[in-house]
Design a protein around this ligand. Structure first.
Ligand code: DAK
Length: 258
């Protein structure tokens, strides 16, 4: 599989996707979104990959937003169509990905960049990271799920403030708001993400997929999160991982999940 705007590396039980447009601060153009979609779909089927990490190349940016050059002359229909397509191909794909996805936010995460980070299940940031949704300064609103995911993560009032002011918060502030789980120095960030991936990968992938479906169901219209939890909980009893996990516990050994 060859890519121009991303790289894909496999390390033990996790795979690392790096967005490699550092000169454009890793801005998300259409091709990058396509490549991310292709890579993610491949990782979904790759048994050895139990956790995915997404980061940006260079020392400055995770992703500085959607590529402004690409949408500057869009009309209403194009804006709507591309937002829907982008949400489906990348942002919803990440949020509903059946394997845990960690966003390693190594610098600016603005607009579509923060929206990508917020689609990840877990966010780790480096001390130099800066996050915000500057869309209203460009005359648009966040179009890749940002209005929804930011309010869920940090509450409506704080989300409105970030969206209305188009301002940025640093990593420490983002941590205090609950926007990121942990903060590390830039040198430590990827190792910390890999370490977390390793810790996660010791547990059941089948259970991860069920947990992701259940957690996400609580935020979806027309879904009853508690009912989905019951359903997914029941399904776990039919998995090999459940047999492996309980047998190992009873035998006082470590489970070896496949
Ligand atoms: N798009 C394209 N190029 C970008 C970019 C972006 N988002 N961000 C940075 N770059 C480019 C710069 O143009 C510059 O390129 P050259 O001039 O060297 O060719 C290079 O990256 C380095 O940037 P700077 O020289 O500006 O670097 P500084 O350190 O001075 O400033 C900065 C860093 C992150 C503060 C600044 O680059 C900046 O403000 N960037 C723009 C941030 C931003 O507003 N991002 C967009 C948010 S809005 C849509 C769906 C969703 C969206 C839109 C449409 N549809 C479905 C249609 C979402 C929109 C957004 O994400």
């Amino acid at each position: 599989m060859s890519f121009q705007n991303i790289s894909l590396q496999h390390q033990n039980t996790h795979s690392l996707i790096t967005i490699t447009r550092p000169k454009q601060l890793n801005a998300l153009n259409k091709q990058t979104i396509e490549e991310l979609n292709t890579a993610l779909l491949a990782l979904q089927d790759r048994n050895e990959t139990r956790v995915v990490i997404i980061t940006g190349a260079g020392e400055k940016a995770f992703v500085a937003g959607a590529d402004i050059k690409e949408f500057a002359d869009f009309d209403v229909a194009q804006g709507k169509e591309l937002a829907a397509e982008g949400q489906r191909k990348l942002f919803d794909l990440v949020a509903n990905f059946p394997k845990p996805v960690i966003g390693a936010v190594n610098g600016f995460a603005l607009g579509g960049g923060l929206e990508l980070a917020m689609s990840c299940h877990i966010r780790l940031a480096s001390t130099n990271a800066k996050m915000g949704l500057p869309e209203t300064s460009l005359g648009v609103i966040p179009g890749y799920g940002g209005t929804q995911r930011l309010a869920r993560l940090i509450g409506q009032g704080r989300a409105y403030e970030l969206i209305f002011t188009a301002g940025m918060v640093d990593a420490q502030k983002a941590y205090e708001m609950g926007l990121v789980n942990h903060v590390y120095t830039p040198e430590e960030l990827l190792d910390a993400a890999a370490k977390m991936a390793g810790k996660i990968a010791r547990n059941s992938s089948q259970a991860f997929a069920s947990a992701i479906r259940a957690v996400n169901a609580g935020f979806e219209d027309g879904e009853n999160g508690f009912a989905v939890e019951v359903e997914e909980f029941g399904k776990c009893f039919g998995t090999e991982d459940f047999k492996e996990g309980t047998t190992a516990f009873l035998n006082k050994t470590r489970p070896q999940f496949k």
